[in-house]
Design a protein around this ligand. Sequence first.
Ligand code: GAP
Length: 514
Amino acid sequence: MAQQDDNLLKNVVSHAKEYGFIFPSSEIYDGLGAVYDYGQNGVELKNNLKEYWWRFMTQLHDNIVGIDSAIFMHPTIWKASGHVDAFNDPMVDNKDSKKRYRADVLIEDAVEKMKDKIEKEAEKAAKRFGESFNREMFLSTNPRVMEYAKKIDETNERLKNAMANSDMVAMKQLMTDLEVADPISGTRNWTDVRQFNLMFSTEMGSVAEDANKIYLRPETAQGIFVNFLNVQKTGRMKIPFGIAQIGKAFRNEIVARQFIFRMREFEQMEMQFFVKPGEEMTWYEFWKEKRMKWHHAMGLGTANYRFHDHVNLAHYANAACDIQFNFPMGFKELEGIHSRTDFDLKSHEKYSGKKLQYFDTESNQSYIPYVVETSIGLDRLFLATLSNSYKEEKLEDGSERVVLNLPPALAPHKVAVLPLVKKDGLPEKAEAILHDLKFEFSSYYEDKDTIGKRYRRMDAIGTPYCVTVDHQTLQDDTVTLRDRDTMKQDRVRIADLRSNLSGKCSLVSLLKKI
Ligand code: GAP
């Protein structure tokens, strides 16, 4: 079981701000809930993550192409996709604290508390019985534990039914029966539970009477579905084939917390893979394996990933799972892999009145393809990468450093060129080296402060290599090349720098591992 590390999350949040990775949006106006801006280093890391995904999905798969569809789409698309009617969360307010919650999350928290109580009973008994303690036997026979377990099962069942039937009265009753109290005010003074649609809407049209309500897309996938035939025909694509897209999505999350884990404006990287009906489970397994390999190749530690199968499937899915990552808050969803059947294309056929079928030249038949989807949140991937790379280290000389040991290929800057002192022609020599490197590598130049302070700053933004230009450089055209992780310095020829760096810092090194 992963441990929650609140301190780590706090430190990552403040480090991200201090070093130009992520700023709260509109900060000078006290911010905007669950909206963030990426700073000068953040945008580089984010772009590298995008490129790693894009190149793997499109460049390395002959049968996958990309698109970039608009955020605004015809409003009927969201009726057809089910988002207008069913993209809801149950919302409840506490009248004393004036705080808003998701009722299902409050109920799930109450279930977690019951589970904790079972665990405490088991721990107490283990202490009491010592060596002879049989945990399985205890859990299946202890009356108090059995009572909690029964209540947990009943609660889960009632929650599942209330959610499936959109029965908000049953939801409120469940909260009352569980005696759910507001974590802030401690009271049970709740409003009724109401369904809250997560889509943001706005109006299109310059004259009020003509205005049409349109939505900011809550997922990028629908832009792919509605372009399915355009791409298939113009690209002469043969099934099975995929369409990939990276873009912004918007959800008016009721409770948005945990930094960039749950945002109201975020970015998704999605791929819809169109397959012959009946073959979807083979492709579902195929993509599960492929996507996990892609994650593992990043080098954040294979033990930090696991699959989590969905038990309650969405109405359009016949199989679904998450790839969870060990975030500072514990294992949580990073990516979803869903077998979406022909639900979306079929529904768009119905609502648009246009055929969305594939003509199979081999069998001389037309059919609506089935779809296997892979969907990852770019911001969550960013948080996974940043929090996993953040290290506070005590060094041999007793000093401390914060280092981001980011995979070199993803680091905002691959190399920093640093003249040892700001005189004697060293800055000019350093600038000439920088000029040579910057065409191939994102490079950084700095000549202020002591060399030690500059190394620390580069460690803190995850720059894997520092090139230091000293007086010897002027004599023999060599520099020191410092490794961020080992802090070891090697003397290398300037002429060899490019070949030294390219093997280690290129995305190709990650892509070849998959
Ligand atoms: N097209 C399928 C779809 O949108 P989802 O599970 O709702 O499925 C896919 O979202 C991924 O998008 C999630 O695994 C997560 O990484 C990311 N995501 C969803 N909501 C998010 C939010 N509010 N903030 C940040 N990322 C989010």
